[in-house]
Ligand binder design. Sequence first.
Ligand code: SAM
Length: 229
Amino acid sequence: QLSKRLEIVGAQVPAGSRLADIGSDHAYLPIALMLAGKISHAIAGEVVQGPFQSAQNQVAKNNLSEKIEVRLADGLEAITLADEIDAITIAGMGGSLIRDILENGRQKGRLSGKEYLILQPNIGERNVREWLADHSYQIDFETVLAEKGKIYEVIAAEKSDMPVTYTEEELMFGPLLVQNPTSVFQQKWQRELHQREQVWTQLQTAKTPPSEKLTQIRREIEKIREVLQ
Ligand code: SAM
């Protein structure tokens, strides 16, 4: 039984895909998708020995060793173009780590541009959106969900022939999320607002308040207030 978060990530994987799940941990996602007949082949990448072994054990336990390859590798080094991957999932990590994995993979020639990217940053989603726009990936699905008191975002994107640009507001809140703000979206940004207001108050009481930081936080607070109107 997948978590709601991984269900939503999995639902974005196109049917029949050859999937690479990077940072797969127990390989729950590729196993569930394979058992559901949704994907044709999968590679589960893990950089840490413990999770790598746990992924191997789970795959073997489900008799899927022929269909899911578990590889010990850093990020997209788990795949090559010869794997003909058409969907990549990277879930349950910070946005800056997801960005670094994509960028290292791009620099090392591991991306053909045909892969559908399904990314689930726990925090720092802006880093992900910036990387996507910088490399002409168009965001065509975004959602925000709450599970066990935590709030997660899922972003899916495909490479476009045209340049992709997002405004400051779209990078911060999500180009699709901001157009159709749900109650979870409001909840997320209420939290974010509250955090920033606390930081703002703390910084104000410092002996020498850092003016640049204060200006930045002020600007973010104003943006969030506008969006929450
Ligand atoms: N993707 C699963 C999920 O969403 O439930 C597991 C998330 S788990 C919190 C993050 C996993 O990413 C860990 O198992 C960690 O070892 C792995 N990881 C972190 N950096 C990685 C990298 N550069 N390459 C591959 N795996 C990585």
